[in-house]
Design a protein around this ligand. Structure first.
Ligand SMILES: O=C(O)c1ccccc1NCC(=O)[C@H](O)[C@H](O)COP(=O)(O)O
Length: 226
C-alpha cells in the first residue's frame, strides 16, 4: 500500500546514512553546510555521501545566509536537487538564489507564535517549498536542528500556503502521528529525532520514523458493525 506522505531526513553525515534513508522510503536526504553544526559537512565529504543517493531520493543542501561564492563552490562540487535556505534570507535573496542556480529552493521559517505565520505568505511568492520549523531560542548555537517543536495547534484548521510545505522541529517516531493529525502536514522533516547523539543518525530510528509517518496516511479499517 502506498502513502502520499513524504519524509526528509536531514543532517546526514555518512555514506551509510543515505542508504538507510533510501531503504526506509524517505523522499529527501538533507546535508548541512554550517560550520558550527555537529552535522556540518565539507564539500568533499558531502560529494562522497551525495553520490550514494539512488535516483528518486532528492538531495537537499542546507545553507545559512550563504553568499554567492559559497553557493558557487557548493554547486560546483556537490550534486544537489534542492537548496534549503535556513538563515535570514529575504524573499529577494530567495528569488536571486533560485534564478542563479536554477534549482528549487525551500525557505525555512521559524514559528513560535501566530504572528510568525505571516512570513510564510511572503515566502510563498518566491520559494518552491516552505519549511515550517520551530523558531530557535535566542541563545541557540544552531538556527535549526535543535530537536525543539512549536505549538502545532497554530497550524490547525489553517488554509494552506500556495506552495508545498514541510513540517519540521522536534519530530520523533513517537510524536509524528500527532503532529500530522494537528497540522495536516503531508511532508515531514526530521533530524534530531532520528539520532542517538547530535550528528549520529540511527538506522532503526530512521525506519521507525518513516514507518510512523506513512502510517498516518493509511486508510483506517472501517469499524466493525455488530
Ligand atoms: O541540523 C543542523 O545542524 C542545522 C544547522 C543549521 C541550520 C539548520 C539545521 N538543521 C535544520 C534541520 O535539520 C531541519 O530542517 C529541521 O530544523 C528539523 O530539525 P530537528 O528539530 O532536529 O528535527
Amino acid at each position: 500500500m502506498t502513502s502520499d506522505i513524504k519524509v526528509k531526513i536531514c543532517g546526514l553525515t555518512r555514506p551509510e546514512h543515505v542508504r538507510w534513508v533510501a531503504e526506509a522510503g524517505a523522499a529527501y536526504a538533507g546535508f548541512v553546510f554550517f560550520p558550527r553544526s555537529p552535522r556540518n559537512l565539507s564539500l568533499g565529504a558531502a560529494r562522497e555521501i551525495a553520490i550514494e543517493a539512488p535516483a528518486g531520493l532528492a538531495k537537499v543542501g542546507l545553507v545559512v545566509d550563504a553568499d554567492d561564492a559559497a553557493l558557487d563552490a557548493l554547486m560546483a562540487q556537490v550534486p544537489l536537487d534542492m537548496l534549503q535556505l535556513h538563515g535570514h534570507e529575504t524573499p529577494a535573496r530567495v528569488a536571486e538564489v533560485k534564478a542563479r542556480y536554477g534549482l528549487p529552493v525551500m525557505k525555512a521559517v521559524g514559528i513560535a507564535a501566530a504572528a510568525d505565520l505571516a512570513q510564510l505568505d511572503d515566502y510563498s511568492a518566491v520559494a518552491d517549498q516552505l519549511l515550517v520549523d520551530a523558531k530557535p531560542p535566542r541563545d541557540a548555537v544552531l538556527p535549526g536542528g535543535n530537536g525543539l517543536s512549536f505549538d502545532w495547534r497554530l497550524l490547525a484548521g489553517r488554509k494552506y500556503w500556495t506552495r508545498p510545505w514541510m513540517l519540521a522541529g522536534g519530530l520523533t517516531p513517537d510524536n509524528v502521528a500527532e503532529a500530522v493529525r494537528l497540522t495536516g502536514a503531508r511532508q515531514l522533516d526530521v533530524s534530531s529525532g532520528v539520532e542517538t547523539a547530535p550528528g549520529v543518525k540511527d538506522r532503526a530510528l530512521i525506519r521507525a520514523f518513516v514507518a510512523a509517518a506513512r502510517q498516518t496516511s493509511m486508510p483506517q479499517a472501517a469499524p466493525r458493525l455488530r
